[in-house]
Design a protein around this ligand. Sequence first.
Ligand SMILES: O=P(O)(O)OC[C@H]1O[C@@H](O)[C@H](O)[C@@H](O)[C@@H]1O
Length: 312
Amino acid sequence: MISTASFAFQSLIPTQSSSLPRRKRGRIGVVRSMSSSLSTAVQTLEGNGGIPMVKLTSTTSTAEVYLFGACVTSWKPSNDRDLLFVRPDAVFNGTKPISGGIPHCFPQFGPGAMQQHGFARNMNWSVVDSKDSQEEPTVTFELKDTPYSRSMWDFSFHALYKVALNSNSLSTTLTVKNTDDKAFSFNSALHTYFSAAVSSATVKGLKNCKTLNKDPDPSNPIEGREERDIINYPGFVDCIYLDAPSEVCLDNGLGDIITIQNKSWSDVVLWNPHLQMESCYKDFVCVENAKIGKVELQSNETWIAEQCISVS
Ligand SMILES: O=P(O)(O)OC[C@H]1O[C@@H](O)[C@H](O)[C@@H](O)[C@@H]1O
């Protein structure tokens, strides 16, 4: 149920999901109305570049989520260090997806027919609900098809993305409903960038998974099987792990052990661009919960996938 407070919150934010040109038209008004805060737990603020973002503040942690792409760009549990990473080349002006944090890949992981990683990360999502609670501040974003999305993927859909913050965890729930009168299929991922010391970062939990190594050719991945208990990032890494377990563990090499749990994100992608991004590759690793095989939805069917990242 939407509380009175969240209605007030909604009224600050345009309810229309929009393509890039729409957002540009409405931006000044949106940013002006962002100056007021709802509460200390869920605030609407001007983010980088003056574009709107929602800040969640629990008793001991914070998170920030931009409406553009519904991209979580910051997660600071219990101390002031950000466990997510935003690349130095990230732009916050709506001209391209925010490079870092937790961008969406939807309705295509890629490579494929449409732009790399689909369109959800470069559209404005709307806020449709929030929970003003210092124990678990929560915000829910919505995305629907527009002429922009239909120019790439001609289907009617309704996506909800709920982000909930706890003292030591950040949970997300993505719900995709087919609102069309015909079936559609898609694949998807949460392309999470974690702050890391790449030379000592490791991932555990993927031993024995079937792998699709996208190095050297992303369009023709090489099949294999993971034999290592502990996987590191010794150079360029771009590898899909199919039918991964529901929990993997990242040691970020900076003193944090991060548990990544999921429901329905059946696969994992590990990525680090190495010298392709010389200025920042040492400072992050991507561990992405993904659904690489197609999800097929008939009319009115819904797919739900959850991720929870936590530190002990
Ligand atoms: O679009 P971004 O954030 O630069 O990420 C690109 C990379 O994203 C990874 O998920 C893919 O596996 C890589 O093949 C791709 O190069």
